[in-house]
Design a protein around this ligand. Structure first.
Ligand code: DAH
Length: 354
């Protein structure tokens, strides 16, 4: 548009008129558009249509350039106010969208049922260990730990295994060094406890042991034992048997059938093994019990005088009994588990059943 200098008054009037019209119609349009904004896309469309440099409001500012200088300030002021107004429309639409989307994001339906969290279970071996411990603790035994890496002295020599004695072959040993090994049983803890304390002594010593054996359904290269030791004046063999029967009844149930067999261990004299009726065949004879009807659950005996001497006790003054319970064997019997390896594979489908 060209606005001749000579007709200022006219130009002014004409401008104000067309400006007022433009603004009024644009204002109605912007208000209507702002009302219906519901998404960020629509919000952006609004910004581009009205507020961007090439938008409708910007276009009006373009026209300001060709306006006669004396009406320019007035026109400019009006336009500025209008731009602020449209910008306010944009801002409030923006706030509205942001607050509604924030609300839907954080909305929590407290009436929904909760999601169940999968709970872990204790490993069956841990459960057996805990149960054995609590039975013996209730009979007055304390609980002691010992190292899994042992030396020949504690694992064999002090326990009355003479050097080169064939009894050492009973236990296939993992040697770490000439004199250092993974303990093959928990009996070395007996030596450590006796050397550290004086009678009366009544402790159990649970833990992991290792043997270099062929892995099968019945044996594994590592397993657990609970060692027991009672040393005092006048400890008798019948006390040992009474304690073992009390334990077996508490653990397997009072209707349990058991028997004691004479046995041999270098560190006990006399020695015995305790059998209970096979869980699978109830004593008829099957694959698990090797057709005998019985399963061995522990070894025990009176502490050998040589062992007492080795730890500095006088065998004339003190006597004691000791026992060793196989934890895996016990767990298998308890739960009718067909293969010992299941206890070490950590298959969740197996472990979740306990
Ligand atoms: N240490 C024996 C083993 O590993 C088990 C054992 C037998 C422990 C008799 C004892 C015991 O304390 O008196 O086969």
């Amino acid at each position: 548009m060209f606005y001749p200098e000579y007709n200022k008054t006219f130009a002014m009037a004409e401008f104000q008129d067309s400006l007022a019209q433009s603004i009024t119609s644009l204002r109605a349009k912007a208000e209507e558009a702002a009302r219906t904004i519901a998404t960020t896309d629509a919000l952006e469309k609004f910004r581009i249509e009205f507020l961007a440099r090439k938008g409708s409001v910007g276009q009006l500012f373009e026209e300001l350039k060709s306006v006669p200088p004396d009406v320019k300030p007035k026109y400019g002021k009006l336009l500025n106010e209008f731009r602020i107004f449209v910008d306010a429309l944009y801002q409030s639409a923006k706030t509205k969208i942001e607050s509604t989307s924030a609300e839907t994001d954080t909305f929590i339906d407290l009436t929904l049922p909760g999601r169940g969290l999968p709970l872990g279970t204790r490993h069956p071996i841990t459960q057996t260990l805990d149960d054995i411990k609590s039975i013996f603790v209730s009979m007055g035994f304390g609980v002691v730990d010992g190292p899994e890496i042992e030396d020949d002295y504690h694992n064999f020599e002090a326990l009355n295994f003479p050097p080169n004695h064939p009894a050492r072959d009973m236990q296939d040993t993992f040697f770490l060094d000439k004199d250092v090994l993974l303990r093959t049983h928990t009996s070395p803890v007996q030596i450590r406890v006796m050397k550290e304390r004086r009678p009366p002594l009544r402790v159990i010593m649970p833990g992991r042991v290792y043997r270099n054996e062929a892995i099968s359904a019945r044996s594994y290269c590592l397993f657990h034992q609970v060692e027991g030791l009672y040393v005092d004046r006048n400890v008798s063999f019948s006390e040992l048997k009474g304690t073992l029967v009390a334990f077996a009844r508490a653990f397997y149930g009072s209707s349990l059938k058991y028997k004691f067999r004479p046995s041999f261990f270098p560190f006990t004299e006399p020695s015995l093994e305790m059998d209970i009726t096979c869980f699978l065949c109830s004593g008829k004879g099957c694959r698990v019990c090797k057709q005998s009807g019985w399963l061995e659950v522990l070894g025990a005996g009176m502490v050998h005088p040589n062992v007492l001497r080795n730890v500095g006790y006088d065998p004339e003054e003190f006597t004691g009994y000791a026992f060793g319970i196989g934890v895996e064997r016990t767990t298998i019997l308890r739960h009718n588990i067909p293969d010992i390896r299941l206890l070490f594979e950590n298959d969740m489908r197996f472990l979740k059943q306990f």
